[in-house]
Design a protein around this ligand. Sequence first.
Ligand code: GAR
Length: 202
Amino acid sequence: MKKVGVLISGRGSNLGALIAAQRDDGPYRIALVISNIEGAGGLARADAAGIATLVIPHKGKTRENFDAELDAALRASGADLVCLAGFMRILSDGFARAWEGKLINIHPSLLPAYKGTRVHERVIEAGETRSGASVHFVVPELDAGPVIAQASVPVHPSDSPEALAARVLEIEHQLYPAALRLLAEDKVQLEKGLAIFAEGAR
Ligand code: GAR
């Protein structure tokens, strides 16, 4: 059973999916939820599930100092793994390296396409016919780590960014627990910059 720390900044619907998929006899247990934003919706979800929460504001701190606080809180919780779930802060290279292979993120595009922000707007502007979501290992370069799992959805010509975001979010909620389970069961690992899967893991 791996202990997991989840970092959020907002409503935390992906956190909700990770909580919903958690089982007493499953491979992971969420030990701590940290938000950089006070009052983030995800904190209430964690509270309701009896999971410890912590707010670590980023304002007025250097990136390194903020990340050092995150790291200390995660270590104190006994976290083995860390999930970014709508965590809207760029992490320092040092933090990414310290948690290499144990730190994963969900991003609402078919990476390596559409890294960064305003993903759904850009996908629609480009006339794409499919988009999706990716769970990937976090490396120092933004949204560039090896992909663990991906799922795709159609983009309709009439889509607004909000409509597309909602369609993608639905599959995020399937994808993230499945990817975390793979990692927690040691069925995927980061090795020399590649996601390596155990036999039969995909
Ligand atoms: C999700 O769509 C997630 O993929 C995205 O933020 C949303 C958070 O929603 N993450 C990123 O864009 C990271 N670059 P949630 O708070 O309801 O889980």
